[in-house]
Design a protein. Sequence first.
Length: 490
Amino acid sequence: SKWTGVAVRKTFFEFFEQRGHTIVPSSSVVPHNDPTLLFTNAGMNQFKPIFLGTIASTDDISKLKRAVDTQKCIRAGGKHNDLDDVGKDSYHHTFFEMLGNWSFGDYFKKEAIEWSWELLTKVYGLDPGRLYVTYFEGDSKMGLEPDLEAKELWASVGVPEDHILPGNMKDNFWEMGDQGPCGPCSEVHYDKVGGGRNAAHLVNQDDPLVVEVWNNVFMQYDRQKDKSLKSLPAKHIDTGMGFERLVSALQDKSSNYATDIFTPLFDKIQEVTGARPYTDKYGKDDTDGIDTAYRVIADHIRLLTFSISDGAVPNNEGRGYVVRRVLRRGSRYARKYFNAEIGSFFSKILPALVEQMGEQFPEIVKKQQDVREILDEEEEAFARTLDRGERQFEKYAAQAVSNGSKKLSGADVWRLYDTFGFPEDLTKLMAEERGLTMDEGEIAVAREKAREASKAVKESVQTFAKLNVHQLAELKDKLQVPVPNDEPKF
Ligand code: ATP
Ligand code: MG
Ligand code: MG
Ligand code: MG
């Protein structure tokens, strides 16, 4: 295919540049100045102050009317969280690129819809018969009208009526988070099977062969703390196209992972581990679990490299805890499925990623050495407890089976986290592999108990501070209270 990843990106930029858009760089994937946001989760994040009308006139982007870019995005926590799908499906990543074009109070629905259709069908040459579009059907509870304008615009560019579908609040009203800019949206979906079938009933049904590729958001509201919608000072266009999904469609692959975006990473993983080659099998078809592990590791090295390069370091809180969880999850896959030695595994995959993406994102070239060191340090720390933790997990799992409950107790899940550094999502994965369940409520109780204990310890420390040396010496031997870690905050 002439549509290499690089060519797809370049063509997107050129198309919108020819239509008066300025190419802007991706913003950091770590939103250092937005505490409401864990990671950058969409292209519009860096333009939020423009939408809200709060941008300073001295800001570089304040004069922009039209922009185009590819944005580094992470969806592994917060309102948009796809971590649990990664490895299992063919089109969600924790880290991905979002191609986008913007109008800031300039053009609106007409141009946005006409250009997206022209780009997809005329420039990229996708078969119009395989494309489906959606529009917002309205929501009477929120007092929102159906977006018949978008519906008519799609018809006017030539989309047949049975390929134009209504969608609800969940699919066709885009929101950045619980608060902030939002608006009705209109999306493009691609049928990977084609052959004249009508796939309208499969749109938005999580069917891996009928995939959402592009979202056109008509920004016109600001969601308030009290949940009400306030109109923005002006109307804007905000679009987001999944780069990996587009490339997969253009290379006529059934999965994002079968494209030249992931192949170099799989090759490297194979070289490092000596495993069998990647075959793009899913679920039960992936009988030895190796393909799933390939996907998890290739996905996770991308999140790790980009988040660390942009300044998120693994720790026990917020962003840092996402990075830590992802590294631990990936390490465990590497060990279980590739028999890899944990301690410097991810850093061996790193050069392939830097080689592949360093030209578009020079920060990962510049920060390569730091990333390597942080990865190794963090992995080594986990390697020390991974063994013991896995043995402990086996013990708990055997108990759950023998007592007939087939459920890991909340206390066990907590202990795996607190003592062995197993994030809950990792424990959940391991439990799933064994056909065991976990109970969120029970885990919350265990967490709460630990918090109480930790509070009690802190209070006694304050009391001890008032005692004299002799009183302290007397107490010392009696004090054997373990100090639990603080609960990670999200
Ligand atoms: P989906 O319904 O498939 O989860 P979405 O509706 O959550 O996607 P949007 O918030 O509309 O996605 O983001 C715009 C575009 O970004 C999507 O149309 C899709 O192409 C892409 N995208 C979203 N999430 C992911 C992801 N986890 N991995 C890869 N691409 C993604
Ligand atoms: Mg989603
Ligand atoms: Mg969607
Ligand atoms: Mg969407």
